[in-house]
Design a protein around this ligand. Sequence first.
Ligand code: 7TS
Length: 415
Amino acid sequence: MNAAVDAGAIPYDVAQVRAQFPILSRSINGRPLAYLDSAASTQRPRPVLDAVEHYETHLHANVHRGVHTLSQLATDAFEASRERVRRYLNAASSREIIFVRGATEAINLVAQSWGRPTLKPGDEILISSLEHHANIVPWQMACAATGAKLVVAPITACGELDFNAYLALLNERTRLVAMTHVSNALGTVLPVARIVAAARDKGIATLIDGAQAVAHQRVDVQALGCDFYAFSSHKLYGPTGLGVLYGREAMLEAMPPWQGGGDMIRTVSFQSSTWNELPYKFEAGTPHISGAIGLAAAMDFVESLGLQRIAAHEHSLLAQATDALSQIPGITLHGTAPHKAGVLSFTLKGVHPHDLGTILDHEGVAIRAGHHCAMPLMDLLGVPATARASFGCYSTAQEVEQLTRAVHKAREVFA
Ligand code: 7TS
């Protein structure tokens, strides 16, 4: 990657970025689409669409199986994508990169394959109040199966992790700290390096849910020192149905496979089977080959824009939206941590977030309205749901203005 690009030497040309996303030029309900739901899923740029199309048109066969040329070409492309992911995360080895269906499956893999054999009655899994259901429910299931206990670190009024409370909860029973890198509901960026360091000091394993982080900041799993890092391709401008679990090699080596079938075995008899080496031990069945190829193209794409430049662009939109919306009477902004990613959650007095979302949709503005798969967090905030605008590399100041006008309109409708 060109360091000069990431250093912000070249001005960020959002029109040029948008030109690479065909879907962004469509209209919705007769209005220009303002797609402000990138935290739910990002759109795909032309290079990703082209890479998938090229693979499907010229290279497709099943991987790791055939001696025939096409199968070899597909295998090479698939494994090159794994190496691309390794480089993106700065993992030590491509053996540490497991392709899964998404962040959800990555966390379930760890809960099943690491959690079930490891956890004993009385052991503790420590999460935060900010977690997505994907980083709560798999641990509840593992706890139910093993007698371990789920412990939740609190947050402050502005939506930050209460770090001192977190430190106080680390104890000799804690087996795993599993926390999000960036909150999908509030946008808070957690101090994951400090979180991991404190856990490691006590010999506690760590999992970071990076679903909302990987498209917005550089992630270096070796610098971070975490044992596991999970994310989904579709929030990083790549295809749906694919995600990545990074796991430290020593950790993955010690874990049994979680799904059985083709590709994950070395030998099979009717009596017993032995397992393939990493990473294949955790990849039973035919993988999402075109998805991996699309993800590799997406990583090239974001690095060509520069993650720092993307982050700076999204921050300026967040500041603009925070300023504009906070001036609307009856608006409450949820999550005002000083260190946030491009996510703005809000409620409007007297208007249910779903109604707000519907009115905004009429105006061409796509936001998410709901509990954001963070129902325990909504309970803490004392709301059933929020409206959430979220930004990506292609979002614009005009879209923020369109959002602001639409919220004003909703307020008038319900006045
Ligand atoms: N973790 C976080 C922090 C997330 O934001 C999400 C998805 C997931 C895990 C699960 O990802 P998946 O790709 O496996 O489904 N978050 C959202 C959201 O905020 N709106 O829609 C999906």
